[in-house]
Design a protein around this ligand. Sequence first.
Ligand SMILES: Cc1cc2nc3c(=O)[nH]c(=O)nc-3n(C[C@H](O)[C@H](O)[C@H](O)COP(=O)(O)OP(=O)(O)OC[C@H]3O[C@@H](n4cnc5c(N)ncnc54)[C@H](O)[C@@H]3O)c2cc1C
Length: 287
Amino acid sequence: MFDAAIIGTGPAGLSAAINLKMRGKEVIWFGSGDFSGKVEKSEKIGNYPGLGLVSGRELNEKFRAHAAQMGLEITDRIVTNISRLKDRYMLLANNEMYEARALLLATGVVPGRGFDGEKELVGMGVSYCATCDGMFYRGKTIAVFCGAKRYEPEVTYLAEMAAKVYLYAGYPGCEVEAPNVEQLKSPIRQVQGGMRLTGITLANGTEVPVDGLFCLRSAIAPTTLLPGLTLEGPHIVVDRHMATNLPGCFAAGDCTGAPYQIAKAVGEGNIAAHSILDYLAEQGREA
Ligand SMILES: Cc1cc2nc3c(=O)[nH]c(=O)nc-3n(C[C@H](O)[C@H](O)[C@H](O)COP(=O)(O)OP(=O)(O)OC[C@H]3O[C@@H](n4cnc5c(N)ncnc54)[C@H](O)[C@@H]3O)c2cc1C
């Protein structure tokens, strides 16, 4: 079992990972080998102390170098589900389970809450992981929301499994091509179904019957990921120690609220790491 699991490779997750590593903790760190897509996209960053004016790409590169220098390894997987047992958290990523005593959510802010009806049908036709669930849709009709170019290989894999794929790409220049893939012109708005997903409704009102929906995006709404978390709007409610309402679960960075800034994310990641150290020490005393 790991001492802590960190979800998110943005500035908040990195800051926490550095501090926990310095204190000798066994950490599993989930996210993207590209670190933060948001930092990468920032043209110029001028408000991070000590660096003057840098491009987001330069800063992301510095983050990568710092992580490498510290010997920090990223598990390049999306965590799709978390559950809490008495003294630990169980995390599911690409069909594998990981256990950790403490948990840090540094997932960035999730724009919107997913499609209407999505959360209710997770595991009943809605999936976030092509590799885990693709085989269950062999010969079936599915819809896929592809949130970024990096997920295109997963769409191709799904097209090899399914008989028909309705694809909506949330970015320009999607290059997935297969005879059974039909690109939707209108975005997905709603997920239909009762006990199981039966179809999707598009923004233009068209209803498309499907057996499954794959939502391939880098972030999942916090309460879909970990039921029972207290939110305020899209943000995870935390106290000054970055503690959430769930014991041993902390949150840092954009996911806890505005201002959405790198320095704030780094600071909160630092506080969260120290709170995790206190929590682990407390757990050790009780064991
Ligand atoms: C265009 C643009 C310009 C900006 N300019 C500035 C600026 O000049 N100055 C400034 O201070 N801030 C700027 N920002 C804001 C800044 O980038 C964010 O505040 C900062 O990146 C937040 O860091 P974070 O660690 O909270 O989250 P993020 O950087 O969003 O990182 C979250 C990480 O979590 C991962 N993740 C999420 N869910 C999961 C999951 N379920 N499993 C595994 N991994 C997951 C994501 O892949 C990502 O790697 C800008 C943002 C944008 C978009």
